[in-house]
Write a protein that binds this ligand. Structure first.
Ligand code: PMP
Length: 360
């Protein structure tokens, strides 16, 4: 068996020990005689698995007691509708900071439910940065302020938590949740799809402050009403059971690695190897301003784009896959989530140097 270095933006590489453990437990979970996939979500085994996953997530992120953790479905794109349906609380508008493709998707969807005010945008500079907090024109009467903490396509990440006063801060953290410690109390709501740093696709994590629950618009589907989901411990409908189980194994793995502070250090070192090299070569370049560069998704361009196909082919031949940038921006993108070992990044940089020496 040969495993590749998988730079996919998501679904993405998972920690190998998690996959091995899942394989070992596939046919018979802890003597139950069943696979987790075959368990009733109402049985004691699965209820224990879900409770353990939630408890580990709470511990990793130090989630305060006045926040609920919801295991939902529909992905982050689903939440782009579910969040406004639940959080308007009689207000007419939502403030958005526009940092790229995923912000734009959130804005477009929210417009079905409320007025969307773009209070700051990096569109004019080609989405190469987070607009400085001082430039945001916030409305104190907005239902909430929405940000995307890490633009997976553009590779732009917040390296600060914006202070938005009394208005709840809502963040799409699909691609950087669990990559570093987080002060959850600064947010009203955090959401993200699982398929990058958490586990398999199909599970969506929502962390929401208690006072923001219970205000859903009457049209909200019951399965997406935070109150219904919370009151039923995320089991109003059948949850994505296997994805929750794998997420729990990933949370345990994160804890075994030393938790999120250790993970943040690991991620800084890893991304540093790549950005240091990009900073010293004219053959490749990073399209993002240095203080906003993502530690999770590293887009880079070859100065001579006619070499893109040859670059990708050579990478694949060396066991490095999924380096092609998103179709909307082109170029390359290396997604280096928690599960990517530093050896993968070093192998990529070694190949980039070799390719530069050949073609530069
Ligand atoms: N937001 C961000 C930041 C993402 O990276 C993605 C997925 N790449 C999405 C939203 C959409 O997530 P999903 O496909 O799970 O709905």
């Amino acid at each position: 068996m040969t495993r590749v270095f998988n730079f996919s933006a998501g679904p993405a590489a998972l920690p190998e020990p998690v996959l091995r453990r899942a394989a070992e437990e596939m046919l018979d979970w802890h003597g139950s005689g069943m696979s987790v996939m075959e368990m009733s979500h109402r049985g004691k085994e699965f209820i224990g698995i879900a409770a353990q996953a939630e408890s580990l997530l709470r511990e990793l992120l130090a989630i305060p007691a006045n926040y609920k953790v919801l295991f939902m479905q529909g992905g982050a794109i689903g939440e782009n509708a579910i969040v406004p349906m639940n959080l308007l609380r009689g207000k007419a508008s939502i403030d958005f900071v526009d940092t790229g493709e995923w912000s734009k998707k959130s804005i477009k969807e929210a417009k079905k439910y409320a007025r969307a005010n773009v209070v700051a945008s990096a569109a004019d500079s080609g989405y190469d940065r987070v607009p400085p907090r001082e430039t945001w024109k916030l409305d104190p009467d907005a239902a909430y302020v929405h940000i995307c903490s890490n633009e997976t396509i553009g590779g732009v990440e917040y390296h600060f938590t914006p202070d938005v006063g009394a208005v709840p801060l809502v963040a799409d953290m699909s691609s950087d949740i669990l990559s570093r410690p987080l002060d959850v109390s600064k947010y009203g709501l955090i959401y993200g799809g699982a398929q990058k740093n958490i586990g398999p696709a199909g599970l969506t994590i929502v962390i929401v402050r208690d006072d923001l629950i219970g205000h859903a618009l009457p049209i909200t589907p019951s399965a997406f009403d935070f109150k219904t989901v919370a009151e039923n411990e995320s089991m109003y409908n059948t949850p994505p059971t296997y994805a929750i189980y794998i997420a729990g194994l990933v949370f345990q793995w994160l804890k075994d690695q030393g938790g999120l502070a250790a993970m943040a250090e690991h991620n800084r070192r890893k991304a540093g190897v790549l950005y240091d090299y990009l900073g010293g070569t004219g053959f490749y370049r990073s399209p993002v301003q240095p203080d906003c560069r993502s530690l999770m998704n590293v887009p880079f361009k070859l100065t001579d784009e006619t070499l893109d196909a040859a670059f990708l082919k050579g990478a694949e031949a060396r066991g490095m896959v999924q380096l092609k940038g998103h179709r909307s921006v082109g170029g390359m993108r290396a997604s280096i989530y928690n599960a990517m070992p530093i050896e993968g990044v070093k192998a990529l940089v070694a190949y980039m140097k070799e390719f530069e020496a050949q073609h530069g």
